[in-house]
Design a protein around this ligand. Structure first.
Ligand SMILES: [Zn+2]
Ligand SMILES: [Zn+2]
Ligand SMILES: [Zn+2]
Ligand SMILES: [Zn+2]
Length: 152
């Protein structure tokens, strides 16, 4: 006798039905749903863990929970980077002068805008002085969790 849990959504035993293992629990396939919009989340779709029994689909997460990008003001559900005390989409974090995406190390100008290495050293010495050689790094965060299918 294998020990099978109950589906956290309907609280009925999983039995021999196909189940999905996601967010640390076994669920009936049709019961692994977004807590906010009640749409079923498929095995290959990303979801966002809210707690052990609740999760949000990509769309809802972006709308309700995701940190907002400093540049484009849209929610960030993946490729989040934290730099200069703000959150950014990885692609939105660009040098304010040449618009190239920034590598791990970045500088900031006297207004706190991001600069890459080349533009930093091209800028006037007064800018550099004001920026006080403030170097930063950014931190990447992977916010998307993937469901895995569990075959009974
Ligand atoms: Zn169920
Ligand atoms: Zn949703
Ligand atoms: Zn953005
Ligand atoms: Zn640049």
């Amino acid at each position: 006798m294998s020990k099978k849990g109950r589906c956290p959504h309907c609280e009925k035993p999983i039995g021999l039905q196909q189940a999905i293992f996601a967010n640390g629990n076994l669920w009936h396939v049709e019961h692994f749903i977004c807590t906010l919009c009640s749409v079923a989340i498929g095995a290959n779709e990303g979801f966002h863990r809210l707690d052990t029994k609740r999760q949000a689909c990509d769309r809802c997460f972006e709308e309700h929970f995701a940190p907002k990008c400093y540049k484009c003001h849209k929610g960030i559900s993946s490729n989040l980077v934290v730099a200069l005390e703000a959150n950014w989409h990885r692609d939105c974090l660009r040098c304010c002068k040449c618009d190239r995406t920034l590598k791990k190390h970045l500088h900031q100008d006297s207004f706190g805008k991001p600069l890459d290495h080349d533009c930093f050293w091209d800028s006037s010495s007064s800018t550099r002085l004001l920026a006080k050689l403030k170097r930063s790094t950014y931190e990447e965060k992977e916010e998307v969790f993937r469901a895995t299918i569990y075959c009974t």
